[in-house]
Design a protein around this ligand. Structure first.
Ligand SMILES: Nc1nc2c([nH]c(=O)n2[C@@H]2O[C@H](COP(=O)(O)OP(=O)(O)OP(=O)(O)O)[C@@H](O)[C@H]2O)c(=O)[nH]1
Length: 327
């Protein structure tokens, strides 16, 4: 069992624990850039560099700490941007004593969820030595898919090693989480084909006196976390769309809108992997109160011409030109 652990920033006094665990042939042979033997001062310099990278927002490295306060591994994500596409590159190691407890899966899951929700990242990649069967299994479980193969210099092994290249999009990561069977699922239950669901969601384009639109960023833990959407939510059975929207705006943003201020604008219809979304969208220029993210979501007031700088759920993209025309 993996037990409880946390991810935290690296500290200079972690150098001893890191050195002791990485300076192990079985760990280091799976890491491409590290020499063997691994000198202690390299751990110190690496820790210092992780602090600088986090300040520059180019990479985020964490110590994996167990319940007893011991560092049992490290995990990190390095960011890059090409052609407007943001990518993260995932890397980790776990001390040999802590292998086969599911820690790499849990830590990678935690880091990827956080990254998709909070960093400008649309895709996370990883390259794994072909003989690193455990890491291949970790990535497959988390919704990564193999995209190719290459060779890479592994310093400790003294030359080129065949590696497998993996990549996860926000959608494949979400889908892997949604398809997990419940813990008490009856394995012997007859397999039945699930019918497609129609999900009714109602949303508002809130427009302020400067003609800016309010977007809310889907928080970590939700599907499509990190994407910017119009405030709103699922309609409950028997609820009128306007009633749902008034309720959602109060719950999510702490504002009061009246029925008379909700003007039907358009709707979106989109087929997601697991369901069909039908979403009426209302315009609203008047409400009581000051919108704040009551569910931990970040908010942004955005000019219509800047909407494409905020990654949105695919269902929302066709609405952008209508808003540009309107505002
Ligand atoms: N509120 C809102 N939801 C949207 C927008 N675009 C879009 O695809 N959706 C989808 O509509 C659903 C909204 O459900 P919700 O807001 O009640 O979200 P939720 O907490 O139930 O999310 P979850 O069921 O994915 O965890 C989500 O699947 C979301 O991805 C949008 O602009 N606003």
């Amino acid at each position: 069992m993996a037990g409880t652990f946390c991810l935290r920033g690296l500290r200079p006094d972690d150098a001893g624990a890191i050195h002791a665990q990485v300076n192990d042939w079985n760990v280091i042979r799976m890491l491409s850039r590290l020499p063997f033997p691994y000198p202690r001062d390299l751990a110190e310099r690496w820790i210092a560099s992780t602090v600088q990278q986090a300040e520059a927002r180019t990479a985020y490295h964490f110590a994996i700490e167990n319940q007893a306060g011991a560092v049992i591994g490290c995990i990190g994500l390095t960011l890059s941007q090409t052609d407007g596409q943001y990518r993260g590159s995932l890397g980790y190691w776990i001390g040999r004593e802590y292998w086969r407890q599911g820690i790499a899966t849990l830590a990678s899951d935690r880091l990827c969820s956080w990254a998709f929700a909070n960093l400008p990242v649309d895709t996370i990649e990883a390259s794994v030595a072909q003989d690193n069967v455990a890491s291949v299994a970790v990535l497959n479980k988390l919704g990564f898919r193999q995209t190719g193969a290459a060779t890479q210099v592994f310093t400790a092994r003294g030359g080129n090693v065949s590696v497998l290249l993996f990549s996860a999009s926000r959608e494949s990561f979400d889908a892997a989480h949604e398809s997990k069977p419940p813990a008490d699922a009856d394995a012997s239950a007859e397999q039945t084909e699930e019918p497609r669901r129609l999900v009714l969601v109602v949303a508002a384009v809130l427009i302020d006196t400067n003609n800016r639109i309010l977007l809310a960023r889907r928080p970590e833990g939700k599907t499509l976390a990190g994407l910017w959407e119009f405030p709103g939510g699922k309609m409950e059975p028997g609820e009128a769309p306007e009633t749902s929207l008034i309720r959602e705006l109060r719950e999510e943003l702490g504002i009061d809108a009246s029925r008379a201020c909700l003007a039907p604008f358009t709707f979106v219809s989109h087929s997601y992997e697991k369901f069909d979304l039908l979403m009426p969208i209302y315009l609203c220029r008047q409400w009581q109160g000051h919108p704040e993210g009551r569910e931990g979501q970040k908010l942004a007031w955005v000019e219509a011409c800047d909407l494409d700088q905020y990654p949105m759920p695919p269902a929302d993209i066709p609405v952008i030109p209508f808003l540009r025309d309107l505002l």
